[in-house]
Write a protein that binds this ligand. Structure first.
Ligand SMILES: Nc1nc2c(ncn2[C@@H]2O[C@H](COP(=O)(O)OP(=O)(O)OP(=O)(O)O)[C@@H](O)[C@H]2O)c(=O)[nH]1
Ligand SMILES: [Mg+2]
Length: 214
């Protein structure tokens, strides 16, 4: 849940990495954790995993430094992608401020990507939120497998399947090698901080206007 603390001059935002099972959400967080200096990151919490499958969520707090004198603190979450953890995904989405949708480039995962995006929209709806109104970035992951002779979806196909109407920015990535990981994080952070700041200013103005009437 976004929080702006003007006394401490801090903004806190929640960004959720969403997407089908095994698309590479946790891999993104591991890469970020290993690449960011201790000064700018908290502990990486991986709450319940079996093998490499997330069963509840991962959480990594990072500090992006200052913008306009405010400390930007971001909490990165991942959801468990496997279909039967829908209730957990909904729980993790509570209070979300920005979303990275990680899609799997493997051709055989095409339907799973589409299903996961529908699942995301349905879960948001239950909180009265619309995907098109939230900060959103797509990450088309596992592009490195193009060299392994494994059938991959083209970027055009991924865009057409997932982002035709949303028209959100997208990044090609190979999260295991860190390619596209920080580009994705930078874009979603920028959009999320802007969104949270705007919402805050709007709410303050609304409160003042209401105070004026009473
Ligand atoms: N080749 C390749 N493999 C990747 C890439 N990103 C992730 N993987 C592999 O894909 C598998 C699943 O990655 P995870 O990050 O655990 O996937 P997840 O989305 O967190 O999966 P769930 O927790 O089940 O939702 C692991 O074996 C990763 O090493 C990538 O860019 N390229
Ligand atoms: Mg995971």
């Amino acid at each position: 849940m976004a929080l702006i603390d003007l006394n401490k001059r801090e903004i806190h935002c929640k960004i959720v990495y969403y997407g089908p099972g095994r698309c590479g959400k946790t891999t993104n967080l591991f890469y970020i954790y290993n690449a960011v200096s201790e000064k700018y990151r908290g502990k990486l919490l991986t709450i319940e995993t079996r093998g490499e499958r997330t069963l509840f969520f991962d959480l990594l707090p990072i500090n992006l430094g200052k913008i306009h004198g405010l400390d930007i603190r971001i909490q990165l979450y991942t959801v468990p992608g496997q279909s039967h953890y829908r209730a957990t995904r909904k729980l993790v989405l509570k209070g979300v401020d920005g979303i990275v949708f990680v899609a799997d480039s493997l051709r055989k995962r095409r339907e799973k990507n589409i299903e996961s995006l529908i699942d995301l929209k349905n879960n948001l709806k239950e909180y009265g939120l619309k995907l098109e109104e939230l900060p959103l970035v797509f990450q088309y992951n596992k592009r490195d497998l193009i060299n392994a002779n494994i059938p991959l979806l083209t970027i055009e196909e991924l865009e057409n399947d997932l982002n035709k109407d949303l028209k959100a920015p997208y990044f090609e990535a190979a999260a295991l090698k860190g390619i596209g990981v920080f580009e994705t994080l930078k874009e979603i952070s920028k959009r999320t901080v802007k969104y949270v700041a705007r919402k805050y200013i709007f709410n303050q103005a609304h409160k003042r206007a209401q105070g004026g009437v009473l």
